[in-house]
Design a protein around this ligand. Structure first.
Ligand SMILES: Cc1ncc(COP(=O)(O)O)c(C=O)c1O
Length: 387
């Protein structure tokens, strides 16, 4: 391979993203501020990350206090805080027996899939059309995005993709070749798609019968966003493994795999590892996040805010509001990208999705009534001006 010699200077920061046309310098609750001090309502939530709002004082204090004591030591040492964080997370999740800490959503998915390959000895996965699980090679194997996959197809583990939520497709399929079935309980990137409880239960039963592990990717749906700690509780289905990241530590990078007792008992020391996994700073932020979610009633607020948004957007250009809790998709046929631009001009940040007709809301769970009113007013204003 040859190196190209460049004559024009390249940006130091590799330009792989398309950022907003303004920088963000500060955040407080459901609001972020640019370099001129202008405030934006953050319905994007730093990509579904800032579950407790920006810079919640309890999270800031926990991180600052921990930074004074010990910023980091690896898993070579026992750190009581790490064990305390694992314990609190297992209690919060109410079902899994153990936690493996890592650093991101893709790393959590990668580890969950590796565990399934190891424990079953099988060499294929089942996933769903439109799925997004991350960009590392195993996570990409179960991600349904031709653009992201195209340069790596030969390195990807064979995966069957079924229509999300479709009972007929499920019934017809034999699961015995699959190491794991992985799903997002609500498909976010695909355009905030939901499925029926009966569909999740049917998958659980088929996995059980065929000896395939069931993995819930709760990177977006976890940590109270749907009004319960995890989506598995919303649908009443207990997966073998769950993957977490994003909201887990209010923005301090962290990922986790939650394991059932049966899975955890088959793993031994050395099977998994990660230098930064479960570092003290991240564990302090996780403990503070769990405590704020519970003490500030954020799961109840997620449900309440969700209903206020649904009610407020009735009769506007938004023909339907998809999703649950504070993972919502606004369907605006023919007008989604114009609506996104308009909202940005009104200093309201929302996300796009893989469906060009659907915008995504994944705001902090302590979203204020003022933020909701601002969104509703702006969507109504847009609905009156479009032809
Ligand atoms: C459902 C889901 N899984 C996994 C990932 C990957 O997470 P990360 O970007 O932290 O690697 C994402 C990221 O958006 C996601 O939405």
């Amino acid at each position: 391979m040859r190196c190209h010699v460049h004559t024009i200077p390249l940006p130091a920061l590799l330009p792989t993203y398309a950022p907003y046309p303004f920088p963000i310098l500060k955040g407080l609750g459901d609001t972020v501020f640019d370099d001129e001090g202008l405030a934006y309502w953050d319905f994007y939530g730093g990509h579904c990350v800032c579950a407790t709002g920006h810079c919640h004082p309890a999270v800031v204090d926990a991180i600052a206090a921990q930074a004074e004591d010990l910023i980091f030591y690896s898993t070579a040492a026992r750190i009581p805080l790490r064990e305390q964080a694992a314990h609190a997370l297992v209690e919060f999740a109410d079902g899994p027996a153990s936690v493996f800490f890592c650093n991101s959503g893709a790393e959590a998915v990668e580890n969950a899939l590796k565990i399934a390959l190891k424990l079953t000895g099988r060499k294929a996965f089942l996933a769903f059309e439109g799925a997004f699980h991350g960009r590392t090679l195993l996570a990409l194997s179960v991600t349904d995005d031709a653009k992201l996959r195209k340069d790596y197809e030969t390195f990807l583990v064979p995966t069957t993709f079924l229509l999300f939520g479709d009972m007929g497709a499920l019934d017809a399929l034999d699961f015995t070749a699959f190491a794991a079935v992985i799903l997002e309980p609500i498909q976010s990137m695909a355009g905030v798609k939901t499925a029926d409880t009966a569909w999740f239960q049917a998958i659980r039963a088929k996995c059980e019968a065929a000896g395939a592990l069931l993995i819930f990717d709760e990177v977006q749906t976890g940590f109270g966003r749907l009004g319960k700690p995890f989506a598995s509780q919303v649908y009443g289905v207990q997966p073998d493994l769950s993957t977490c990241a994003k909201g887990i530590a209010s923005g301090v990078p962290m990922g986790a795999v939650l394991l059932s007792g049966e899975v955890a008992s088959q793993l031994k020391p050395g099977d998994l590892g990660s230098t930064f996994g479960g570092g003290p700073l991240a564990c302090a932020a996780l403990l503070a996040t769990l405590s704020v979610i519970q003490s500030d009633g954020l799961m109840e607020r997620a449900k309440e805010a969700s209903q206020l948004i649904r009610d407020g957007l009735l009769g506007t250009v938004v023909s339907s509001v998809q999703g649950a809790g504070l993972l919502l998709g606004l369907r605006a046929e023919g007008g989604a990208s114009a609506l996104k631009k308009f909202l940005q001009s009104r200093r309201i940040l929302v996300g796009g999705s893989g469906d060009p007709e659907v915008l995504r809301l994944m705001p902090p769970l302590n979203l204020s009534d003022e933020a909701i009113q601002a969104l509703v007013d702006a969507v109504q204003e847009f609905s009156e001006v479009i032809p």
